[in-house]
Design a protein around this ligand. Sequence first.
Ligand code: ADP
Length: 482
Amino acid sequence: MSSKYLRDSSYIDGKWFNSKSNRYFDVLNPATGTILSRVNDIEPTDVELAIQAAERAFPSWSKMTSKERASIMRRFYELIIENADELAAILTQEQGKPLSEAKTEIIYGASFIEWFSEEGKRLYGDIIPSPIANSKIIVEKSPVGVCAFITPWNFPSAMITRKIGAAMAAGCTCVVKPAHETPLSALALAALAEEAGVPKGVLNIVTGTDSHNIGRVLCDSETVRKVSFTGSTDVGKILYRQCAATVKKISLELGGNAPFIVFPDADLDAAVSGAIICKYRNAGQTCVCANRFYIHEDVYDKFASKLADKVRKLKVGDGLDKGVDIGPLITPDALEKVRSHINDALGQGAKLIEGGDTHDLGGSYFKPTILGNAMEGMLIAKEETFGPVAPLFKFKDIDDVLRQANNTQFGLAAYFYAKDLALINKVYNGLEYGMVAVNTPILSTEVAPFGGVKESGIGREGSKYGLDDFIELKYVLLGGLE
Ligand code: ADP
């Protein structure tokens, strides 16, 4: 693979950094199984250098005016957009998603840098009428300090920009640990940030395979004041525990188990088209992908047959090839999880409607799958499958479907299709989720707060609320005034 934004080492204090041990790890193309690149494997102890660089950069970055920060970030945004095709090609090759989806991710990711560059200028404080004579109460917003980010492989670019956009705009400095499966998109972002004039130390990227110990260094550091993580609930819980020792601020964007409910009055064609996007994009590997489809009994058969017609037409293949809808899963392990969920469901009485097995292309390609007769006790109802499998549950009663939809420890995204306004109001009020999409399958945008309730996480990313996660309030009582 060739690109002027390909790098093979960490980026610390404005320099490309190799650990002395000189160990490298392979970055594989999941579409072909071939090695795309070999990237320097940082020693966890060297992560301290990135933290120190971020600490040194903090005073000047945080004292810069928000307008100055905004203009550097604007340039960063523009450079991402100018190079979107090149970045998308890197992303597809390390992650597997179709090129058009990769480009959508790059543009979506860039929108956070743009949005927060503008929003950073509006970090207003307050003056509160004081109940104490001759005094004034001032509330100022200040950046939390050095922040550490641990990000996943399913959105190798946007999960980074969504975090660093808010942090940088608030005046924080950053150490990012991308997933070792997909470090190239992260390093390309660092190269573009450098070109945009982001000062050294403001954005550091550490690449390595010893995620446990890298995570430890970031969590144990007294200098790091905030950890923001996107990934599995299990790892999120480990980080939450580890951050307790230094009472760090923490944001967690964890797993989901999204319900997708189709009521009898819904526009069925719209619901089917929505289901395709909501379930099969990124081969089902997003935390907001529909995981459970609840279809009212009156429209169940029709929905199932329309969905099967569309699923049959989905083209599986290398994301770089034209017309491909579904790429490979990220690793063979991911494929095994999908297979185990299907086998468990079939063993408990589910009915195979479409797909159900590995694809003839081999590797980690899996056929887009639909299961009928899904039931509450199945693994697929409880856990995030993270693959291209749509289990269909039949329901009769609104209260019962709400109970089933909420019967999970997760609470990230929920979707439903209906027309009746009173029903829509009842259902979105009843869903215990951080985000609810009605009659539409995609809800991510830089202007709205992304995040979950229950074990899906803490905090919100994007929107004016996203900045709150990176600021401290300072209350100043000015006394002795005349
Ligand atoms: P996924 O199932 O999406 O791979 P993970 O939670 O395993 O989700 O990974 C998300 C990110 O967390 C990746 O960057 C990964 O390297 C990192 N990670 C995994 N385990 C740990 C850990 N124990 N401590 C810190 N980071 C971790």
